[in-house]
Design a protein. Structure first.
Length: 318
């Protein structure tokens, strides 16, 4: 059985959920999901069966449902449904919570063995493309660029409006998933960008942060030691560039409770609402920022002046 045939298997989906109604217009609460109202229906064009959340329009295939209720990744969920299935590298789309159709709708080019992400300047000029090789075995061979595209100069984004808040991710897939999720919560007034090099801080973004009147920046990097260290370093660099902006970076405490290695895996496993919850937790976290640093510096200066005054007074008494 193929992945597509799993998605069109009505009887298997009904068996896994356990309480689906006969009518596609009947609202119900699927086993294992939250208390919201859902419907169970078949897309007439694709033949795929979905659970559809009434409040938000979110749709889950049988694979999405197993991922959400069993806490599994994409490949694990497919194996759960069909133990004998054989995988190929094109499962990159599902494991990152994305579809070829959606990527094409936002200007990416999808071919059999690669995805081309457009790289533009903040003013909107197309500089070139970065390519993701879907079949590359070694990490160093997964990405390559058009001539003239530099990860040290430019970033990736879906839409850039020059808003008051900014969310920075580590890569294109995370950027796209945050872009999709931000409308679900209070992040509609935020631009989202993705660094396209693991150890880079694009010079165009540095200049923008330095000269802009940004209010907040969230650094939403991966859930690992490298991600935490890199996020903290980027936070420190931002604070040097613009002392007026509030910067919050991911930490192990922020990621605690979200069983994923990065934002894309979180989107694939739990859906966009969970990504929005993660962003809200990061945004509401209490982190020492510029105001506290300034307060500590003022306290230190006050203590120094007080000590000097006391020393002078003792000298006069002597």
């Amino acid at each position: 059985m193929s992945i597509e045939s799993l998605k069109t298997d009505e009887q298997l989906f009904r068996k896994i959920v356990g309480n689906t109604p006969e009518s596609s217009s009947t609202h119900f609460k699927p086993n294992g999901l939250d208390g919201d109202s859902w419907t169970f229906y078949k897309n007439k064009n694709s033949g795929i069966w979905y659970l559809k959340r009434h409040s938000s329009g979110e749709e889950l295939t049988i694979i999405d449902y197993v991922m959400a209720t069993q806490g599994l990744g994409f490949n694990e969920a497919v194996k759960f449904l069909e133990p004998d299935i054989e995988f190929n590298k094109l499962n990159w789309f599902q494991s990152h919570g994305l579809s070829p159709e959606y990527l094409e709708s936002i200007g990416c080019e999808v071919e059999k063995n690669k995805v081309a992400f457009p790289v533009r300047s903040l003013s909107g000029d197309l500089i070139g493309r970065q390519y993701r090789n879907l079949f590359a075995k070694e990490k160093k061979n997964r990405f390559y660029f058009d001539k003239g595209v530099s990860s040290g100069t430019y970033c990736y984004y879906v839409e850039f409006l020059g808003l008051q808040n900014l969310i920075i991710t580590a890569g294109q897939a995370d950027c796209i998933n945050v872009f999709r999720a931000k409308e679900l919560e209070e992040f509609a007034n935020s631009d989202v960008i993705g660094f396209i090099g693991e150890s880079t801080f694009p010079s165009e973004i540095k200049n923008y942060i330095k000269e802009s009147d940004l209010k907040t920046i969230l650094v939403a990097f991966d859930n690992d030691e490298t991600g935490f260290k890199r996020a903290e370093k980027v936070k420190e660099e931002i604070q040097k560039l613009n002392s007026n902006v509030t910067v919050k970076a991911v930490t192990p405490e922020i990621w605690e409770g979200f069983k994923a290695n990065d934002i894309s895996e979180l989107a694939a496993k739990k859906g966009l609402p969970e990504v929005a919850k993660f962003l809200a937790k990061l945004e509401k976290s209490e982190q020492r920022g510029q105001e506290e640093d300034a307060k500590r510096a003022n306290q230190k200066q006050s203590f120094s002046r007080s000590s000097s005054a006391n020393s002078s007074a003792r000298g006069q008494e002597d």
